[in-house]
Design a protein around this ligand. Sequence first.
Ligand SMILES: [Ca+2]
Ligand SMILES: [Ca+2]
Ligand SMILES: [Ca+2]
Length: 141
Amino acid sequence: MKPLFPGLMLFLPVAFPAAAQGLRDPAALLASADADHDGRISRSEFQAARLAQFDRFDRNGDGVISRADFGRIVSMRPQAGARIDALIAEADLDHDSKVTRDELAHAPARIFDEADINHDGFVDQTELEAARARLRTMRGQ
Ligand SMILES: [Ca+2]
Ligand SMILES: [Ca+2]
Ligand SMILES: [Ca+2]
């Protein structure tokens, strides 16, 4: 079955693979966030897409995202663990090592800000490509 549009894959309720994909490829999260299909991602589209992932990251369903949600992944893949820590640290506004839905909604959009090179509040296709290229460079590919 072909997905209706590639971004739909990210919103299917598949617990781990999609979450891991989002962690591995922030550009994929950005690309899938274009809810109104105008070819560019606004800050609010990005924040909505990020919030839509909350339940997927909250794997044990206790209402908060914490390390407890990623126990096995963290021990199997130290790199993923570092990314999860970074994600939690970025959104954990009251520093209790747990991210609530409200905290995620209000967390800084660092991925978005880095991608929005001309700071017009939108990530367009050129900026998205640049973000992908940067990520590839970071990974040494
Ligand atoms: Ca858009
Ligand atoms: Ca949880
Ligand atoms: Ca918190």
